[in-house]
Design a protein around this ligand. Structure first.
Ligand code: SAM
Length: 373
């Protein structure tokens, strides 16, 4: 991992009202907004940078091989540290938290973290929405435990139903059948409707688009078709490998009549469409063909506690250094943590997807497996 880290104490945090430990206190009142006026609403937390899949578009085998240096266990935020930071983010406006990775279900005892997060309430007193994204490989075994710990929603990634295609894409010969068993287990545990993420890559799995739509139509589950993105630098992304969402909608629409429906909330990344015959809905996520930076209210916390302000960033802000100060006699107060988060968010002006070209794809960017998808 070659990302650079911005020291936490930077000019944005230096204000006339510097408090104990050199950090400003959170100003009272007023909504936190970044430089482009976007509030902080969502937090993605990567709980591990490891994965048991080697999806060719995300963690290609040639890069993530036995020589690849994953984080050491002592580098990872502990569950207590994650929960403490999560509370600070919620105080700054976060209403939704998604656990991801890497493969989050590889992190030992993840249900214990969910049990720590699920009682949290937003500033307006509603339960914080806790969700998880998984490749589904061990979900059949863990779904009930996750639901019992307070998980309410789950997203399962599945790039096709054709076993040969899927095994080739995950590149570890993992069968479709076991992911479907995970989706069934999640449904039985009360986590339905399940969202199912399918990344579409030209020449690889376009044929699976209609098959996936057909299979999940009428089940209540929601397939979301994701444009292949230039995250990280290891997947060798090319613009001509992106299948635009307009093509996805046309292909499905030729089989089943579709109509658009309103977003569930401002800033929802998937555009929603429903089958006219009432058999459910699908979503398309068009990060490449229709950037949604203007409505992006999402922060990302990496496995080792670095705060990233964009999926395509290459620099993180080291919150772990704040949590684990060298001088252990002066740990930060909660309001200092909140002030640090607020100061970083205020300086945010990222809008990579609006600026994307074939040339920007070569710029250094953090890998998705590290920052969390
Ligand atoms: N391991 C979990 C999983 O498979 O869902 C969580 C992490 S994964 C990085 C999160 C999501 O990002 C998955 O749905 C994956 O397909 C998607 N993803 C990874 N690389 C991508 C890319 N280059 N373009 C679009 N989506 C990508």
């Amino acid at each position: 991992m070659t990302s650079r880290v911005i020291p936490l104490i930077d000019s944005r945090l230096a204000s006339p009202s510097r408090a104990r430990g050199g950090y400003a206190e959170t100003p009272a009142g007023g909504e936190l907004a970044d430089e482009l006026g976007r509030p902080l609403r969502d937090l993605r937390i990567s709980v591990t940078d490891r994965c048991n899949f080697r999806c060719t578009y995300c963690m290609p085998k040639e890069v993530f091989d036995s020589n690849y240096r994953f984080l050491r266990h002592s580098d990872l935020l502990t569950f207590e540290e994650i929960a403490r930071l999560a509370r600070a983010f919620v105080q700054q406006g976060v209403e939704k938290i998604r656990l991801t990775g890497g493969e989050p279900l590889l992190r030992k005892d993840l249900h214990k973290l969910i049990a720590m997060l699920s009682p949290m309430t937003t500033r307006s007193g509603r339960p914080v929405d806790i969700a998880l994204t998984t490749n589904g490989s061990v979900l059949a075994r863990k779904a009930q435990q996750l639901a019992d710990a307070g998980l309410k929603r789950i997203t399962v990634s599945l790039d096709g139903l054709d076993d040969v295609t899927f095994r080739r894409m995950n590149d570890v010969d993992f069968p479709v059948r076991d992911v479907l068993a995970g989706i069934d287990a999640a449904t039985a545990a009360g986590l339905a409707p399940v969202k199912i993420n399918m990344v579409v890559k030209r020449g690889v799995n376009e044929r699976e688009i209609v098959a996936m739509a057909r299979y999940f139509r009428g089940t209540g589950h929601i397939v979301r078709f994701i444009e292949y993105m230039d995250v990280g630098t290891s997947n060798g992304w090319r613009m001509d490998e992106v299948v635009p969402s307009s093509d996805v909608l046309r292909l499905i629409g030729e089989q089943f009549a579709l109509e658009p429906i309103d977003a569930n909330y401002t800033g929802e990344v998937a555009e929603r469409w429903r089958y006219r015959d009432g058999q459910g809905e699908i979503g398309v996520i068009s990060s490449v063909s229709r950037a949604f930076c203007r409505e992006c209210t999402r922060a990302r916390l990496s496995t080792e506690g670095k705060l990233y302000l964009c999926l395509f960033a290459h620099q993180g802000h080291d919150l772990r250094a704040l949590l684990r100060p060298q001088d252990q006699d002066s740990p930060p107060t909660d309001s200092q943590l909140e002030a640090a988060i607020a100061g970083i968010w205020r300086g945010r002006d990222d809008r990579y997807s609006e600026l994307r070209t074939q040339a920007t794809a070569k710029m250094p960017k953090v890998e998705m497996s590290y920052i969390g998808g």
